[in-house]
Each structure stands twice: as C-alpha cells, then as structure tokens.
Design a protein around this ligand. Structure first.
Ligand code: HEC
Length: 238
C-alpha cells in the first residue's frame, strides 16, 4: 500500500470534512426526529386512568413547593428487590398527567409511587406532623405547619384550566367547580380522620396538609388498573 487511505486524506482537509460530518449528523438527526411527529402517541395509555382531582392537584403543587421530591422518588424500577418492597413497577402511562414528572432518582426516604392506599389518612396526618413518632431515626422534617396553613383555592380553577388546555381531559364543569370539589374532598378527609379519633380544629379542617394527603393517597392509582388490564389478557399484560 502506498500513500494514505482516502479517509486519511479527507480528514486532512478540514473544511470538506466538517461539512460532510455536519451533513451526516443532520440527516441522521432528521431520520430520528421526524417520524415521532407522525405518531399518535409513544406511550401505551392505561384504560380508565384519570387526571388528578382538584384537591390532589393542589396537593401535588404543595409536594413540589415543600421539596418532598428531593427525598422521595416516584418510580418503582422493574427489579425484584423493588417490586417486593413497593409493589408493581411504574410504567410511562402513569406519568401522563404529571407536569412536571416527579420520577426522581434520589431516595433519602422510600419511593412513594405506590404509597396511595397503603396507610389510612390518619397515618399520613400524624406522620406529617411528627415523622419521628413512627420512626425515631427518620430524618424527614416535621411538616406540622402545613396543618395550620390554610389551603389557597383561588388559583385552582386556573390550574385545571391550564392543564385542560394541555390536553388533560377535565370537563368544563370540573374546571368550573374545582374549588367546590376540593372543599368537598377536604370534608371527606376530615371525616375519615374523625372516624380514626382525630378531631381537627376549624383552621386545620381547611389546611394544606389535607391536600397533601389527598395527593399521597392518589399515588399509584394506575397500578390497580394495570393489574386489571393484565388479567383481561391484554397484549400489554405481563
Ligand atoms: C430530608 C428528606 C425528606 C423529606 C424532605 C421528606 N421526606 Fe418523607 N420520608 C423521609 C424518610 C427518611 C422516610 C422514612 C422514615 C419515615 O417514615 O419517617 C420518609 C417517609 C415518608 C412516608 C412514608 C412512606 C412509606 O411507604 O412508609 C411518606 C408518605 C412521606 N415520607 C411523605 C413525605 C412528604 C409528603 C414530604 C413533603 C411534605 C416528605 N415526605 C419530605 C425523608 C424525607
């Protein structure tokens, strides 16, 4: 072999080499980017999966405001060690109403994606007030102030309306009645606490802690639906 190969030669000429490289990257990029725009969706929908209720949505915003997601992930990975501890692994369809998503990767505390229904409302109330009464070594801060701070419902309607404009399937009446729905849902939680022997004061009955509890109890609501789909022999079942 005499002389350098054609590729060596090309590498030595910086301008054509840069242009050819650029063309290759652009063509490759377009091939990957364009087709998804013509797909109806890239995520398997979960039949019956509903968006957050007004109160749950408020609770979700508080969850973000208080930085709960800094210590808690919401993503059960498909490994035996995870599913034995937390339950069914998470799938993409469960995140379609999460804007922004809160999957997280850091777990100072346990994953919360399957926490809904794991404990009664009263457990969450007491745990938020004083995590160390359950787990003496817990480094979760006390969120007792949330039990006194009144929940602000002045933007609830706007919140749902914005989400609706982004495609969340709220009906116009759900948006219109959002604050009233939230107040009703709060009364239900107050009742469930009373049934467990926790009597709330007037201000506690309107507190942010109730929205947070509603949100926590809504987490993992996709899991039951996924189980049902799997039992019906869907092609997506495992
Ligand atoms: C500094 C880290 C940290 C922050 C911030 C934090 N947590 Fe925790 N959380 C923990 C730890 C550690 C545990 C496990 C011990 C315990 O139960 O207290 C825990 C446990 C929990 C549990 C029980 C989970 C289970 O399956 O038993 C819930 C529910 C929970 N946290 C909710 C919240 C909420 C809601 C917030 C925000 C208002 C929050 N956490 C903020 C660290 C944190």
């Amino acid at each position: 072999m005499s002389g350098p190969s054609w590729h060596r030669e090309l590498e030595g000429r910086w301008l054509p080499f840069t242009l050819y490289t650029l063309a290759a990257v652009v063509i490759g990029g377009l091939v990957l980017l364009i087709p998804p725009f013509f797909l109806q969706g890239t995520i398997d929908p979960i039949p019956g999966f509903r968006p957050y209720s007004a109160l749950e949505q408020e609770g979700r915003d508080l969850y973000i405001r208080e930085g709960c997601n800094v210590c808690h992930s919401q993503q059960v990975r498909p490994f035996r060690t995870e599913t034995d501890r937390y339950g069914r692994y998470s799938v993409a369809g469960e995140g379609i109403y999460d804007r922004p998503f809160l999957w997280g990767s850091r777990r100072t505390g346990p994953d919360l994606h399957r926490v809904g229904g794991k404990y009664p409302d009263s457990w969450h109330w007491l745990h938020l007030l004083d995590p160390r009464s359950f787990e003496p070594d817990s480094n979760m801060p006390s969120f007792a102030f949330l039990a006194e701070q009144p929940l602000d419902l002045s933007l609830t309607r706007r919140r749902l309306d914005v989400l609706r404009s982004l495609g969340h399937p709220y009906t116009p009446s759900e948006v219109e009645n959002a604050p009233e729905d939230a107040r009703n849902a709060m009364r239900t939680i107050v009742e469930s606490l009373r049934a467990d022997g926790i009597e709330l004061s007037e201000s506690q009955s309107r507190s942010e802690a109730l929205a947070l509890i509603a949100y926590l109890q809504s987490l993992g609501r996709g899991a039951g639906l996924l189980e049902a789909t799997a039992h019906q022999g869907s092609s997506h079942g495992d």
